[in-house]
Ligand binder design. Structure first.
Ligand code: XMP
Length: 511
């Protein structure tokens, strides 16, 4: 296994992810661990991450010296390279030519690190982000690659198998990055690359058991893939010590509540408390048309209902959440264990109010890894690949006031749109697709009669992370078919439009 020491880099989880992708097991630990920890860890290789700090500042962090005495390969990335150089007797200085973003690295002498990737004289695009540079190499080291802004872009002590890179091989913009990490792991550290998601699952289960002991865990299901995967994993780990609670807010997609209940109770035989709170939510939403007030009303009531259910269960020690790595704003930093979670998280207010400890078994994973883990746990494909759905649900897709009628009308339009998308085989190409209800009346004609009904807007986007999004370019025949079906089949809608706004400037949801 590989030990990754975290110096506070925003990319540290990406290093771990790249290693998992190539089948190598690794663990991330703060750079403040001591020599005894490093020796006991029994790593086959060590990677030192980057950092926002500078080794030229007093009291910036250092690697435990034992790292360099283990006799295993060490790869220092950016700050990791700098601290390795300094700790082994080299020198690092602040650089006037700070280098950020794209750069070209050129290999100067052959090295197992570049084996099969670049020969001397050949170059490749990499991603730099640094303000310091190595000015004197430690004894035993030599230069193996250079770039315009960083003369010591890649260095090596081939005898001790110590390598330093000024650039970040873990980011996708570094085109040769993955291949470099493969060479480091397979050719230099002689790791096998036989680690799998199944092994990750076993590890995660062991971790949950160790954390929870004989305690009780409550897990809120939202219908999304993250909470479902978290619940399945925890159930495999501790069985009956887990209770799942599903709060039906009444603003879910068509049939969604039924599907979730069937999946958990029927398919997996996991005890599930199903609270149909739809009437309460609709009452709370009556007369509310401001988007932020809708969100607050739903968020607040959700917490009340969830808390009331938890109280009925008696003693509950842990709250499980499907928090993913991108939800975690800061990586575990050398400055301390404080970690912040984005506040828009659906049940964000719960842990503090309920004074429960958190179980977050997906904290280290990215969305596609959660999907892979879901498959490993037997989650049906239809759930694994589900489009994201916002906590406030259809309430933020019905402009203005939310009423039972409006919810039902929107559910039908949305169902038809998604049915057609699935049938055309486009579901997996799209990040999110849904219908929006605009309670604005327009005039139409059906048969010989005049209609005066509402408008539905269709939205479909592609995205990698939901932060930016592009409009999905449907064929016009497809959109015509969907529009015709919606107007013919859904009473209350007589006009359909397609939203052509990317994000930015639009957001994905309409409210
Ligand atoms: P926007 O509309 O901000 O949405 O472009 C970006 C992504 O976030 C989802 N979203 C939410 N998810 N709770 C959630 O769990 C929320 O309150 C919320 N609001 C938006 C949205 O569906 C999209 O995937």
């Amino acid at each position: 296994r590989v030990l990754i020491l975290d110096f506070g880099s925003q990319f540290v989880q990406l290093i771990a992810r790249r290693l998992r992708e190539i089948g190598v097991y690794c663990e991330i630990h703060p750079c403040t661990v001591d020599d005894a920890f490093v020796r006991a860890f029994d790593a086959r290789a060590v990677i030192l991450s980057g950092s926002p700090a500078s080794v030229t500042e007093a009291d910036s962090p250092r690697a435990p010296q034992a790292v360099f005495e283990l006799g295993v390969p060490v790869l220092g990335i950016c700050y990791g390279e700098h601290t390795m150089c300094q700790q082994l007797g080299g020198n690092v200085e602040p650089d006037n030519h700070r280098e950020f973003g794209r750069a070209t690295i050129e290999v100067t002498v052959p090295s197992p690190l570049f084996d099969g990737i670049l020969s001397p004289g050949e170059g490749a695009v990499v991603w730099m982000s640094h303000g310091d540079r190595v000015t004197r190499l430690p004894e035993g080291f030599s230069l193996i690659g250079k770039s315009t802004g960083a003369p010591m872009a890649a260095i090596a002590d081939e005898t001790r198998h110590f390598y330093g890179l000024q650039f970040h091989p873990e980011v996708v913009h570094s085109t040769i990055g993955k291949a470099l990490l493969e060479n480091f792991c397979f050719k230099i550290a002689r790791l096998k690359g036989d680690w799998t998601m199944e092994a990750y699952k076993e590890q995660a289960i062991a971790k949950i058991r160790a954390q929870v002991g004989s305690g009780h865990v409550i897990c809120g299901l939202s219908g999304g893939v993250d909470s479902a995967v978290a619940a399945l994993l925890i159930h495999e780990a501790i069985g009956e010590q887990l209770t799942c609670v599903f709060v039906d807010t009444g603003v879910l997609r068509f049939n969604e509540a039924k599907e979730i209940v069937e999946l958990f109770r029927g398919h997996f035989n996991i005890p599930l408390v199903h609270v149909d709170a739809s009437e309460m939510f609709l009452e709370k939403l009556a007369g509310v048309s401001d988007p932020e007030q809708k969100r607050k009303a739903i968020g607040g009531l959700f917490i009340d209902v969830f808390e009331a259910e938890a109280r009925k269960l008696g003693e509950v020690d842990f709250l499980a959440q499907g928090t993913l790595y991108p939800d975690v704003i800061e990586s575990v930093s050398f400055k301390g264990p404080s970690v912040t979670i984005k506040s828009h998280h659906n049940v964000g207010g719960l842990p503090a109010r309920m004074r429960m400890k958190l179980v977050e078994p997906l904290r280290e994973l990215f969305k596609d890894e959660v999907r892979a883990l879901g498959r490993e746990l037997g989650l049906p494909e239809i759930f694994v690949g589900r489009h994201p759905f916002p906590g406030p649900g259809l309430a933020v897709r019905i402009l203005g006031e939310v009423t039972k009628d409006r919810v039902q009308i929107l559910q039908q339009a949305d169902r038809i749109f998604l049915e057609e998308i699935r049938q055309a085989g486009l579901y997996d190409e799209i990040w999110q697709a849904f219908a929006v209800l605009l309670p604005v009346k327009t005039v139409g004609v059906m048969g010989d009669g005049r209609t005066y009904e509402w408008v539905s807007a269709l939205r479909a986007v592609t995205s990698v992370d939901g932060m930016t999004a592009d409009v999905y370019p449907f064929e016009s025949a497809f959109l015509s078919k969907v529009a015709t079906r919606i107007v013919n089949e859904v009473r209350g809608i007589n006009r359909v439009t397609y939203d052509y706004t990317s994000k930015p400037p639009g957001t994905i949801e309409w409210e």
